[in-house]
Write a protein that binds this ligand. Structure first.
Ligand SMILES: *Cc1c(COP(=O)(O)O)cnc(C)c1O
Length: 447
């Protein structure tokens, strides 16, 4: 069977111009182990982007496999209204031990965007039910990414995804967010006082009263090209939100689960959000599951006699899926018992050092930035002026194709090459993937 041909006969792949598949047909993966993906011809690809940032502890992790197998023989799924099961309860008990203080009520969904929708609706309804019906707008940062359903897309600020749909999106208050590589104030990420925060202050002064919540990707704007900003920004935002009775929603879908070197990015700032959304790493990349976690205070504003009409009437059929919960419980166990994050932080030092040594000397590398094991290499036309490459040349895409030929799955964001590997990556693989990435980058840039 020609699997590639059959695929193209039926499947419309996500986030793809399908015409590109004429020259780069889909790679048919047969099995996987650790960071390795194997196609039907036995060729290996190093998955250093964790299959869209969700694989946390390697593919076909024996412990997670066993946990899911055990679950499937007792309960595969059950309606989550009025019914519950041990795995969902256990997951909450375990998760609450590691969450920022105050987050204690868990509302389940089945993908990240759905959790964002839930957070936005929850915030609006909270204010509505606490005598602030005027609070019906949301704030978000430039270059934000929060998913692709209409609400999530509305708060997102990456034009590539949202520009076309603007006529049907919510009217969001857009705040110019931190842009540390091209800081308009000429300051440095490691030692600034977040001067850019005054844009948030101005927006709150103008729109704070009518705003229900602000949503942020804490410390790392992933889809924008792995843009990193300092924890101080979150601290200041927490204070500002308190002052204006605006909820702070943490989209930790990409940053949670040790990706930034701590369990959650918010841990770096030492403050708590009012609602936190998790997905991706939550199940180790096994099952589609997400959760919006909130405070007792928000929960209580919905708690009343049925006829008061205050319930949160939001549901997803697969909410609290037991198979996903069983994977998620095992992920937390492995993180704790094997000191995964601590070990990943040691590896991160090495990874960052190697990447800087290899890439910074290239004349088209503008910046190497890192947080946790995530490292991003921003390619530019001119190092001095930081002028971007001509996007029409699709340099990142050319590097992607070349790296695939060489057995490494990179998936550059525009002209930003990045690594966001499973936390269990080993040193020899770090050496290998950075060698290949360097070789391919040089070859494409020299052409
Ligand atoms: C992936 C992602 C989402 C959306 O999650 P989906 O499961 O793809 O809908 C939202 N926010 C951030 C920060 C993400 O990285």
């Amino acid at each position: 069977m020609d699997w590639q041909k059959e695929d193209l006969k039926y499947i419309w792949h996500p986030c793809s111009q399908m015409k590109d598949y004429e020259t780069l047909p889909p790679i048919v993966i047969d099995y996987a182990e650790g960071i390795n993906l194997y196609d039907i011809n036995g060729k290996c690809y190093k998955d250093v982007i964790s299959s869209w940032w969700c694989n946390l502890l390697g593919h076909c992790n024996p412990r997670i496999n066993a946990a899911v197998k055990k679950q499937i023989d007792s309960l595969e799924h059950v309606i989550f209204a009025n019914f519950t099961h041990k795995s969902a309860i256990t997951l909450c008990q375990e998760l609450i031990k590691v969450l920022p203080e105050g987050l204690c009520k868990f509302n389940f969904a089945d993908n990240g965007s759905a959790a964002i929708e839930m957070a936005l609706k929850m915030s609006f309804q909270y204010h509505y039910q606490t005598e602030h019906p005027e609070k019906k707008r949301f704030m978000a940062l430039t270059d934000a990414y929060h998913g692709e359903t209409l609400g999530a897309l509305s708060v997102g600020g990456v034009d590539l995804y949202s520009e076309l749909y603007k006529p049907i999106l919510l009217d969001v208050v857009r705040i110019e967010g931190p842009d540390c590589y091209r800081c308009p104030y000429g300051l440095e990420r490691d030692c600034c006082n977040c001067e850019c925060f005054k844009k948030a202050e101005e927006a709150f002064e103008k729109y704070g009263e009518e705003t229900a919540a602000i949503i942020v990707e804490p410390l790392l704007q992933g889809s924008a090209g792995m843009k990193v900003y300092p924890p101080l920004y979150l601290k200041k935002l927490r204070e500002l939100c308190n002052k204006y009775n605006v909820h702070l929603i943490a989209d930790e879908i990409a940053t949670g689960y040790g990706r930034t070197g701590k369990m959650f990015a918010f841990n770096h700032a030492g403050v708590s959000p009012d609602i936190m959304c998790l997905s991706k790493g939550l199940t180790g990349g096994y099952m589609p599951m997400a959760v919006a976690i909130t405070t007792r205070k928000i929960y209580d504003a919905f708690y009343d006699d049925y006829l008061k009409g205050k319930a949160f009437m939001h549901s997803h059929t697969y909410a609290g899926n037991p198979l996903a919960c069983s994977a998620a419980i095992e992920v937390l166990k492995i993180l704790r018992e094997d000191n995964i994050i601590e070990k990943a932080n040691k590896k991160a030092e090495y990874f960052n050092k190697v990447i800087k040594e290899k890439f910074l000397p290239l004349k088209n590398v503008g910046e190497v930035r890192s947080i946790g094991l995530i490292n991003a290499i921003e390619l530019v036309k001119d190092k001095e002026t930081k002028e971007p490459l001509d996007y029409k040349k699709r340099t990142g895409y050319q590097i992607y194709k070349k790296a695939l030929q060489n057995g490494v799955l990179l998936r550059p964001l525009g002209d930003v090459i990045y690594f966001n590997p499973p936390l269990i990556i080993e040193k020899n693989d770090m050496d290998f993937v950075t060698d290949i990435a360097l070789k391919c980058t040089k070859e494409i840039l020299e052409n």
